[in-house]
Design a binder for this molecule. Structure first.
Ligand code: NAI
Length: 745
């Protein structure tokens, strides 16, 4: 049967987002396609048009069932975040959640089955929409993923998604998806019971139509329909059919009140341990699901709408949403201000040094589809680099993110050599050799001797000013910094560093490559420590100053974790290497004078051969001596090495403020000196590069939230007590005087 003309369900003035057409055998196709945006998002107008489309499906006697498809490359990517951020009153957000829930509930209650045919991402409200349908068919494409990522924005799903996941797949799956917000691919979604069917994309619509017809026939009263219903029920509730270990665990934990209480107790403990009470959405996810377990859908939905309303207007959610906008803004930023500058194509990359960083850079590059030539000084270095990359790929195969064939194809893009062969045609070379200026200049000269004159030379140095390396270059316009973070394949930030001589095209090319490698890229001006290493130095110094005052290691680390950092500063020093930290400390001291004098503790630690985790001697106990608790217990012998008694007692708030304000003040100095292009870049750099608490939005948002005058008062009070290292940044003094902010209200 040929398709009938499409019917628009749009309100008078709005463009058509949801349309209905008749496909075959009485199955209607509801197409979601917002012409004003590259993706479908859920807005009030979307909800309104969806309601009208359902009216049409229900009232038209020629329609027996419907399938819902997207006209975009993704299904629906969630609620419109701009819309959420603009909401001022919790009651408005609550009302919106209720209205959408009612609309989605209508699909469920409809006498005519609706099947969601999902290709691409169905996130948040988009997944909730699919879950409200009578069945979900997913394309087996890698792009097809479902998730409830609201928690990442400090929210909970507001249209009963958590409850429907719990109905379909059980409370444990709902808790997991709700607390992590993680993406689930098609096959996994089906295995969990979140979708009925997975099929190749070309068949998606036809399979969904068949499913819709089968469901339509099973709602009748014939014997065949009853048999169909029984079959569908079996398929949709596997837990009730077999009593395997998983089923028994499910019944024990979820289906009896004692088991449920245990389940939620454990989940709450785990969530509290991770969030330290800073992310109220995690508690709310559990509250709503616990209510679902105890009192059922309606009571849980009631609580959900209230919690959603509260969270939408919370400070935490605002900071997380701003961070989301900042990182999405950077995705569209070329890194140069001139819109006429375009990045050049990079088809071949060279990497010098197969150590931790070089191998990491090689991995993210081949993963972006670009062949890499890895050069090290000897075979051992090459072997180590190749093994490291292979290890990451193998891990991905184990996690079923790659097939064995895909791994081999990716790995084949990486070759190694101990000479400079294979670099002749490289458009960009990243150096990650030892942190030594003379060595870096030497390899730069060697690279320039064999590469094309427009080959970009990118240094991954963490502390040497790029200008000093570029001084050895015959064409310094091609020299810049690409400062990756360890481990490269996990850390999301790339700090690209430009010197006064770096050509805009070279900069734009490095930024574009970084994005292809999956990084969020900020561009900063050259200087000692660039931005991230520079603001980290005084933060770590302050922790060591407090240690020298006799404040115990765990008190310092615990205080900063409690403030929202993922690890404490002293543990971080163990990870980075106390020797590496000391080296950076010396460099920033030489550049910025006694404001950044290294604490006396550092030289004592080095004299005691303490380099941190890598030599098993640091602030914490590692290896066999730790008895299976490597890196967990403080090495109490450290106090003797420092010649101190760990009896110092500081209020937790003082520890937090002294460390945090050192970092914030240095960030403000960087801003004032023009190291940063914007406060936004400074916030993203601190959050993604250093683990500055995301719910505080970064150093600049933090100043805006607390107020420049109050931050100044605090910083000045420490300057009065501790001297120059707390001298307030001129920008702070100025803003406090004028009552200004970094971001508009
Ligand atoms: P690493 O010591 O693990 O690796 C350095 C590699 O360079 C070794 O494989 C070595 O054999 C090789 N190498 C030495 N001379 C060479 C030459 N002439 N030609 C080719 N290869 C040569 O060091 P890692 O940790 O990978 O650091 C490398 C660079 O990255 C340093 O500049 C470091 O400051 C920077 N960096 C390190 C971070 C970290 O967390 N480890 C973070 C950000 C930057």
């Amino acid at each position: 049967m040929s398709a009938a003309p499409s019917v628009s369900a749009a309100s008078a003035s709005a463009p058509t987002i949801v349309s209905v057409s008749l496909a075959t055998q009485g199955v209607a196709v509801i197409t979601l396609d917002d012409p004003s945006s590259p993706v479908n998002t859920i807005t009030e107008e979307f909800g309104f048009q969806l309601g009208a489309a359902l009216d049409r499906v229900e009232s038209d006697p020629a329609i027996v069932a419907a399938v819902m498809v997207s006209g975009k490359s993704d299904f629906v990517v969630g609620a419109n975040i701009e819309m959420l951020k603009a909401i001022k009153f919790s009651s408005d957000a609550e009302r919106m959640a209720r209205e959408l829930s009612v609309r989605l509930g209508r699909i469920r209650r409809s006498g005519k089955p609706v099947v969601a045919a999902v290709h691409g991402q169905a996130l948040g409200g988009g997944f909730e929409l699919a879950l409200a349908c009578h069945a979900i068919v997913l394309s087996n494409d890698k792009k097809t993923q479902v998730a409830l990522p609201e928690v990442k924005l400090g929210l909970i799903p507001g249209a009963n998604g958590l409850l429907r996941v719990a109905e379909r797949a059980g409370l444990q799956v709902a808790i997991d998806l709700g607390l992590t917000g993680r993406n689930v691919r098609a096959a996994k979604a089906k295995a969990l019971g979140l979708a009925e069917e997975v099929c190749p994309l070309p068949l998606l619509r036809a399979v969904a139509i068949q499913r819709a017809l089968a469901l339509a026939s099973s709602t009748g009263n014939s014997d065949a329909a009853r048999a169909n219903r029984a079959k569908a029920k079996k398929a949709e509730h596997p837990f009730h059919l077999s009593l395997d270990a998983k089923t028994i665990a499910h019944i024990a934990l979820e289906d009896n009140p004692l088991g449920r209480r245990l389940l939620f107790k454990k989940a709450r403990e785990a969530a509290r341990k991770k969030s330290h009470g800073h992310y109220p959405a995690t508690t709310r996810v559990l509250d709503v699901l616990e209510m679902f377990g105890r009192k059922g859908f309606t009571a849980a939905a009631e609580l959900e709408a209230k919690c959603f309303g509260e969270l939408v207007v919370s400070e935490t959610s605002h900071r997380l949403i701003e961070m989301f906008f900042a990182t999405t803004g950077l995705k569209k930023d070329s890194g140069v201000d001139d819109p006429n500058v375009a990045p050049r194509t990079v088809d071949r990359v060279g990497v010098l040094g197969g150590g931790l960083m070089g191998a990491g850079v090689a991995y993210v590059t081949i993963n972006a589809g670009i062949p890499v030539r890895l050069k090290d000084k000897d075979d051992v270095g090459i072997g180590r680099g190749l093994k490291y990359v292979r290890g990451i790929l193998d891990e991905r195969v184990k996690k079923k993110q790659l097939t064995g064939v895909e791994r081999d194809q990716l790995f084949a893009r990486l070759t190694g050599a101990t000479d400079f062969s294979g670099l002749r045609n490289a458009e960009l070379v990243v150096e990650a050799v030892f942190e030594d200026l003379a060595l870096k200049q030497a390899v730069l000269r060697e690279v320039e001797a064999v590469t094309r004159p427009d080959c970009i030379f990118a240094s991954n140095t963490s502390s040497i000013p790029i200008g000093k390396i570029a001084a050895a270059s015959a064409h310094p316009e091609t020299v810049l910094g690409m400062h990756y973070f360890s481990p490269v394949h996990k850390m999301p930030l790339l700090e690209v560093v430009r010197t006064e001589k770096t050509a805009p095209w070279a900069l734009a090319t490095a930024v574009a490559l970084g994005k292809k490698q999956g990084k969020t890229v900020i561009v900063v001006n050259d200087g000692v420590g660039f931005y991230t290493s520079r603001i980290l130095a005084p933060y770590l110094n302050e922790a060591s100053h407090m240690l020298a005052e006799g404040v115990p290691v765990e008190a310092i680390d615990h205080a900063m974790i409690d403030w929202g950092f993922p690890v404490g500063p002293l543990k971080l020093l163990d990870e980075v290497g106390i020797d590496v930290g000391a080296h950076v400390g010396e460099i920033v001291h030489a550049a910025f004078g006694d404001r950044l004098t290294p604490p006396s503790a550092t030289s004592r630690l080095l004299a005691d051969n303490r380099k941190g985790r890598k030599n098993g001697r640091g602030f914490y106990v590692y290896g066999a001596a730790a008895g299976g608790r490597s890196g967990k217990e403080v090495d109490s012998s450290i106090y003797k090495a420092l010649g101190i008694e760990p009896r110092g007692k500081l209020p937790i708030e003082e520890i937090q403020m002294r460390c945090a304000l050192q970092l914030v003040n240095e960030a403000l100095l960087c801003f004032g000196e023009g190291v940063l292009r914007s406060a936004r870049d400074g916030d993203v750099g601190a959050v993604l590069g250093l683990g500055f608490p995301p719910f505080r939005g970064g150093p600049f948002r933090y100043v805006d939230t607390i107020g420049a005058a109050e931050i100044l008062r605090r910083t000045q009070s420490y300057a009065d007590r501790f001297g120059r290292r707390f001298t307030p940044a001129p920008v702070l003094v100025d803003m406090a005087k004028k009552g200004e902010r970094f971001y508009p209200r």
